[in-house]
Write a protein that binds this ligand. Structure first.
Ligand SMILES: Nc1c(NC[C@H](O)[C@H](O)[C@H](O)CO)[nH]c(=O)[nH]c1=O
Ligand SMILES: CC(=O)[C@@H](O)COP(=O)(O)O
Length: 219
């Protein structure tokens, strides 16, 4: 019998509160069985960490190759949306919110802020505190997989370093379908595996919370 594995994520130094955070998830649509499970895992865990539904924006792109570009545009769009939400414009936040609303039918459209006339900046138009980029790359018969894995991993790293907004690497790079299904918690064998979307949500809340403190010099 083999030794038990030592592999795995250690406990965080503290529990992070996501109630004031705004998070965007951008996901590819390739290999949708896996993507759907990862997306649901990420959304449920974000909510469990206190992130409000109206502060979770979900967008999709065709494939993983599109993720770095989309992540960067969402970060920029969140900043633009925030600066547009000046007090004089808050009466029409319905229009502003529609620019970056979820396109996933299962995630309801935010309504609670749509008629506000307060002069306090709305939490739903603040810049994104973190992005989760979700994709599932499966090895085929050509070098397509290798090129996309390489560009997407480097691209997402570059986006977070250039923008200062954490970008969570939620891209599975799998040789077999079973590897992908098990990492989405929907394995076909006796063990369903573990949904890594949940881990990515935890990473997003942790990095967003730490970044907010570190940026203010709270170390
Ligand atoms: N084969 C996979 C792809 N391929 C599509 C590319 O990501 C891209 O959309 C296309 O080349 C157009 O730019 N995408 C995945 O996410 N997963 C794959 O297994
Ligand atoms: C989109 C492609 O280039 C496609 O032919 C890749 O094929 P494979 O996934 O078998 O490498």
């Amino acid at each position: 019998m083999s030794d038990p594995t030592i592999k795995g994520l250690g406990a965080p130094p503290k529990t992070y509160d996501g109630s004031s955070l705004r998070v965007a998830i951008v996901h590819a649509r390739w290999n949708d069985v896996v993507i759907s499970a990862l997306l649901q895992g990420a959304i449920s865990k974000l909510k469990a960490q206190g992130v409000k539904e109206e502060n979770i924006v979900v967008k999709s792109v065709p494939g993983s190759y599109e993720l770095p570009f989309a992540a960067k545009k969402l970060i920029e769009g969140g900043k633009t949306q925030s600066s547009n939400a000046a007090p004089s414009m808050l009466a029409s936040t319905t229009n502003l919110l529609s620019l970056l609303d979820t396109d996933r039918p299962s995630t309801p459209t935010p309504t609670s802020q749509s008629t506000t006339t307060t002069t306090k900046p709305s939490v739903s138009t603040r810049p994104f505190d973190a992005i989760i980029a979700i994709g599932c790359l499966l090895k085929g018969s050509t070098m397509h997989f290798e090129y996309i894995c390489d560009s997407v991993s480097h691209g997402l790293m570059r986006v977070q370093l250039e923008t200062g907004t954490p970008v969570i690497f939620g891209v599975l790079t799998c040789i077999t379908e079973d590897q992908a299904l098990e990492r989405a918690g929907v394995g076909r064998g006796a063990s369903k595996g573990h949904n890594h979307g949940e881990d990515w949500a935890l990473a997003a809340v942790e990095l967003a919370s730490q970044t907010a403190e570190w940026s203010k010099g709270i170390l």
